[in-house]
Design a protein around this ligand. Structure first.
Ligand SMILES: NC(=O)c1ccc[n+]([C@@H]2O[C@H](COP(=O)([O-])OP(=O)(O)OC[C@H]3O[C@@H](n4cnc5c(N)ncnc54)[C@H](OP(=O)(O)O)[C@@H]3O)[C@@H](O)[C@H]2O)c1
Length: 336
C-alpha cells in the first residue's frame, strides 16, 4: 500500500496547528482500520494539548489498524504521556512515519518495534522536514529559525529613494503576508522602517531594533502586542507595560537573545540595509514580486549592504516554491 496521500493529509492536518503549538512540532495523524479504511484523524492543536496521535486514537477501535503520522511518535513523558504507549495499548499493527524526531529524548521507533509493531519510515520525508523546519533548527542547533519577508518590484526595489513604498503589492499578497506572520512566534523590524512607514504590523510578539531609540513610542507599532526593543547604550524612557527594553549589541547576540526569550521563529520585515545584514542568520526568504518597474537606480533595494565587483560573489539560494497572489508572485526561497 502507498501511504503518500495519507501522509499529505497528515501534513495538511498538522498545518492547522501552525502558530499555536510552538515550541512543539507540527503533527497530523490518520488512522486506518484493519481493512485499510480511514477511521479517524487528529492533529496537535495547541501547545500543552494532546499530540496528534492521541487526538486521532481517542475515540476509535484501531485494533490491527495502521497509524500514519508525519513525525516519529514520542516515547517520553512531556506535558502529555508517551504516544507510543497509547499506540501499543490500542493494538495498532503498523505505524508509518515521515521523519524521525530530532529530539534526542524521543525513541519512538525503537519502542514500537520492540512491541512487535511494523514501522515504515521516510514517507514524504522531504515534505515532512519542511513542515517542521522550525522545530528541526531549534532542536539540532539550539537557535531561532529566521525568515525574511520582502516585497519588491521587478527591478528589486522596495521603496523609492525618499521611502515611498505603499503599496508595492496587491491586497491579496498583503493578506498572505498576514497569514505568514501568524505562523511565526515573533516579527522583527527596524527603526528606519518604523520612521519611514509607521506600520501597525499586528502580532502577539514584536522585536524592534532601534539602537539609539529614535522611534516615537506613540508610533502605531507600539500600540499592540508584547514588544521587545533592542537598543545599545541608551537609557530607555518610561514606557507602557507591553514594552520591554533590552540592551544588546551585535546581531549574533540579538539572534541568540531571541532563543533565550523562547522565540523559536521570527519573521523579519525590514528594509534592504537590515535584510542584507540579517541574511547570514536567515533560513528562508518569502519574496513577493509585483509586475512593476521603478526604473530608478536610486530607489531602495531588497538587499543593500555591500559592494562587490565579481558577480560570482553573489550569494546563492534556491527557489522552493512559486505561487501567485493576485498579480503578484511569491517565491519561497532557501539557502542554496
Ligand atoms: N517592501 C518591503 O518589503 C519593505 C519592508 C520594510 C521596509 N520597507 C522600506 O524600506 C525602507 C527602509 O529601509 P532601509 O534599508 O533604509 O532600513 P532598514 O533596513 O529597515 O533598517 C536599517 C536600520 O536598522 C537598524 N539596525 C539595527 N541593527 C542593525 C544591524 N545590525 N545592521 C543594520 N541595521 C541595523 C539601524 O538603525 P539604528 O541605527 O537606528 O538602530 C539601521 O539604520 C523604508 O522606506 C520602508 O518603506 C520595505
Amino acid at each position: 500500500m502507498h501511504y503518500d496521500n495519507y501522509m499529505k493529509e497528515c501534513i495538511e492536518l498538522a498545518l492547522q496547528g501552525a502558530g499555536n503549538v510552538s515550541p512543539n512540532p507540527l503533527a497530523g495523524c490518520v488512522v486506518l482500520d484493519k481493512y485499510g479504511d480511514k477511521i479517524s484523524t487528529g492533529y496537535h492543536e495547541k501547545y500543552g494539548g494532546n499530540h496528534a496521535e492521541r487526538n486521532a486514537l481517542l475515540d476509535c477501535n484501531a485494533k490491527d489498524g495502521t497509524l500514519i503520522v508525519n513525525l516519529e511518535p514520542c516515547s517520553h513523558h512531556g506535558k502529555t504521556p508517551p504516544c507510543t504507549d497509547l499506540i501499543i495499548e490500542k493494538g495498532i499493527q503498523r505505524v508509518v512515519i515521515g521523519m524521525r524526531d530530532p529530539n534526542p529524548l524521543v525513541n519512538g521507533v525503537q519502542k514500537l518495534t520492540d512491541a512487535g509493531i511494523e514501522v515504515i519510515e521516510g514517507v514524504l520525508e522531504d515534505e515532512c522536514r519542511k513542515l517542521n523546519e522550525v522545530f528541526i533548527k531549534n532542536k539540532t542547533q539550539g537557535k531561532t529559525f529566521a525568515a525574511i519577508k520582502t516585497a519588491s518590484t521587478l527591478d528589486g526595489k522596495i521603496a523609492t529613494a525618499c521611502g515611498s513604498s505603499k503599496w508595492i503589492t496587491s491586497e491579496k499578497a498583503r493578506a498572505e503576508v498576514k497569514n505568514i506572520r501568524k505562523r511565526y512566534d515573533a516579527i522583527m523590524t527596524t527603526s528606519a522602517t518604523i520612521l519611514a512607514d509607521n506600520p501597525a504590523m499586528e502580532h502577539k510578539t514584536k522585536i524592534i531594533l532601534d539602537r539609539r531609540l529614535k522611534t516615537d513610542l506613540n508610533a502605531r507599532i507600539y500600540k499592540q502586542g508584547k514588544i521587545y526593543v533592542f537598543h545599545e547604550a541608551v537609557p530607555p524612557p518610561s514606557a507602557a507595560e507591553n514594552i520591554e527594553f533590552i540592551k544588546i549589541s551585535g546581531l549574533e547576540l540579538v539572534f541568540g537573545k531571541l532563543y533565550e526569550l523562547g522565540i523559536m521563529s521570527v519573521l523579519i520585515e525590514a528594509g534592504g540595509r537590515f535584510n542584507g545584514e540579517a541574511l547570514s542568520y536567515t533560513d528562508k526568504i518569502y519574496h513577493f514580486i509585483a509586475p512593476k518597474v521603478t526604473g530608478d537606480n536610486s530607489a531602495k533595494s531588497c538587499f543593500d549592504y555591500r559592494k562587490i565587483t565579481d558577480i560570482n560573489e553573489s550569494l546563492n539560494f534556491k527557489i522552493d516554491k512559486a505561487e501567485f497572489f493576485g498579480p503578484d508572485l511569491l517565491m519561497t526561497i532557501r539557502r542554496g
